[in-house]
Design a protein around this ligand. Structure first.
Ligand SMILES: [Zn+2]
Length: 555
């Protein structure tokens, strides 16, 4: 089946298809934003659930507070702060059109810090987004602009660093992110990557792991999954590799590398990897197979649809080559023998759907409506309500039979309870049923239906949320306060915290909210009176339940 002519065409595609050339990017313009050699705890475009990793995770020796420098001349164009995601983020726009982005910061330095604090008091909020004009906060290459930290969804102290082009207005619009290591910033890596697993995926059958054998039986139609990791000097972690190639009978048949991607397409990573296996094991197997709805400029270069099709009884040589960014190489060679018994094909029941057409399924207790391109390929959609649910309300399953990948974009799910719930409809949420807990969606109510925009597949139900958030003081109470920092734990059972406000002696005071530890930290230096102080905290959840608590703090 592998006719040479098809490969010639394909090799031409490889030559013209590479998106980013390092020579086209400004070399030496940007400096290392830290003052020690780059050690990475995550590489660019590493596979994650729902996104490619958008930059480099630079190690900071396990510490917070390391100096962060402007990578080049420019100006602070934007600051964004959130208890989640990137935490405290700084955007510096440069005259060459690129923007450098610094995430999970502990603090902003000098005039930047003053401007941010002022804005937080103007908006009376910890989480802010603020754009600055070019003349407000100019910076020079190498200027100290921030201290590294662990804010937002960070799993440990580090600096997340990006180089982007395009718009700033929204983190996820009209913006492309590039591998910062392509801009000539010094980086050493002499350690080869490691191929940790290769899987054969028969079409419609269960995958088979390639072990130590040199020959493996395969069916006439299959695709490959490849799991590889990379380590480097000062970084022994399992980072993502830079490029993966598959050769069949010494001809290049598949190549994958991502040097840049549009930030708003990042979710398509789910369709490039074995998503379900990744969720279960955290091992990201890159699949050679293409899904028609997962097309983008960064997609792998493949022959056809990335499925290998061979004649029964034939044998073929496969070589898998994995490179890191310094072209250190890991290689695995094996032979496929096309003599595999016909694979068992599971029978799917449900509604046959086309990925490029609108989908609408209506039953007495639920309505599912998807716009075209919500799925990545044609499928059989399992959509049903389980009557014997442990809940007094419907338990609605929405799940594709073949490609168990979350939807590319949100779809509308409406659920109608079988009997009136007897509670204020504003306290009812559509929720995803997880293994341990429910996750609520923002829910609206009209004509007896509860509606939500959901971006998951699985089981959904209705839940009642009448419980107010919890507010617990951590380091003050009856005893006099030591120091000037007040710490409070806040939490919510279901819908999640929407707003929080702290008032010291009647005045709004900034509380820094860290989502992962559910802790609010108030630095009250210079604002505490000696003797009695009054602290009031007000927290509201997304269902409108609120807590208001007050303490006397003795200093
Ligand atoms: Zn990161």
């Amino acid at each position: 089946m592998n006719k040479p002519s098809r490969y010639i065409l394909f090799v031409l595609l490889v030559l013209i298809g590479l998106g980013v050339n390092a020579q086209d990017l400004p070399q030496g313009y940007f400096r290392n934003p830290m003052d020690h050699d780059i050690g990475l705890s995550a590489t660019f475009a590493e596979f994650r659930a729902n996104h490619f990793h958008g930059g480099l995770d630079m190690r900071t020796g396990g510490a917070i507070g390391k100096p962060v420098y402007a990578a080049a001349d420019g100006y602070v164009a934007k600051v964004s702060i959130s208890p989640w995601g990137g935490g405290k983020i700084l955007y510096i726009k440069h005259p060459n059109g690129y923007t450098t982005v610094y995430m999970h910061l502990d603090s902003y330095v000098g005039e930047i810090g003053k401007a941010v604090l002022k804005e937080q008091y103007v908006q009376q909020a910890y989480g802010i987004t603020k754009l600055f004009a070019p003349n407000e906060l100019p910076v020079k290459k190498g200027q100290l602009v921030a201290r590294s930290g662990n804010t937002g969804g960070s799993g440990g102290p580090h600096l997340h660093f990006e180089i982007r082009s395009g718009g700033l207005e929204d983190l996820h619009t009209h913006s492309r992110t590039y591998n910062p290591l392509l801009f000539g910033i010094p980086y050493t890596d002499r350690i080869d990557p490691t191929i940790r697993g290769i899987r054969i995926y028969p079409l419609g059958g269960k995958p088979v792991e390639l072990g130590k054998e040199s020959t493996i039986s395969v069916p006439t139609e299959f695709f490959l999954g490849i799991y590889a990791t990379d380590a480097a000097e000062g970084s022994t972690l399992r980072n993502g590799p830079h490029r993966v190639e598959v050769y069949v009978d010494n001809q290049l048949a598949f190549m994958y590398s991502t040097d840049a991607f549009p930030v708003d397409s990042t979710r398509m990573v789910n369709a490039l990897i074995d998503y379900r296996h990744y969720i279960d094991t955290r091992q990201a197997y890159l699949l050679t197979r293409a899904l028609p709805g997962a097309e983008g400029e960064w997609i792998p270069i493949r022959q056809g649809d990335g499925v290998f099709r061979f004649e029964q009884g034939s044998k073929h040589k496969f070589q898998v080559r994995v490179y890191d960014i310094k072209d250190n190489l890991a290689e695995r060679t094996f032979t496929v023998s096309v003599d595999y018994e016909k694979s068992y094909c599971p029978v799917a029941t449900g509604t046959t759907v086309k990925y490029d057409a609108p989908i609408s399924i209506q039953q007495p207790t639920f309505i599912v409506q998807m716009s075209p391109f919500t799925l990545y390929g044609d499928d059989i959609l399992e959509v049903r309500d389980k009557e014997e649910a442990p809940y007094s309300t419907p338990l609605v399953t929405v799940r594709p039979s073949f490609n168990d990948i979350p939807p590319d974009k949100a779809y509308t799910l409406r659920i109608k309870p079988k009997a009136t719930l007897g509670v204020d409809p504003s306290k009812v949420v559509v929720a995803l049923v997880g293994a341990k807990k429910l996750s609520a969606y923002k829910t609206s109510f009209a004509d007896g239906w509860y509606a939500a925009q959901v971006r998951d597949f699985g089981q959904f139900t209705l839940a009642v949320d009448t419980v107010a958030p919890t507010v617990i003081p951590l380091n003050f109470g009856n005893k006099p306060l030591k120091g000037n920092t007040l710490k409070i734990k806040i939490g919510d059972n279901l819908a999640g915290i929407e707003t929080f406000n702290c008032y010291l002696n009647g005045q709004w005071i900034l509380g820094e909210y860290d989502g992962k530890s559910a802790t609010v930290t108030i630095s009250a230096s210079g604002k505490l009176r000696s003797g009695k102080n009054e602290l009031r905290v007000e927290v509201t959840d997304s269902s409108g339940n609120s807590s208001r608590q007050q303490w006397t703090v003795i200093k």
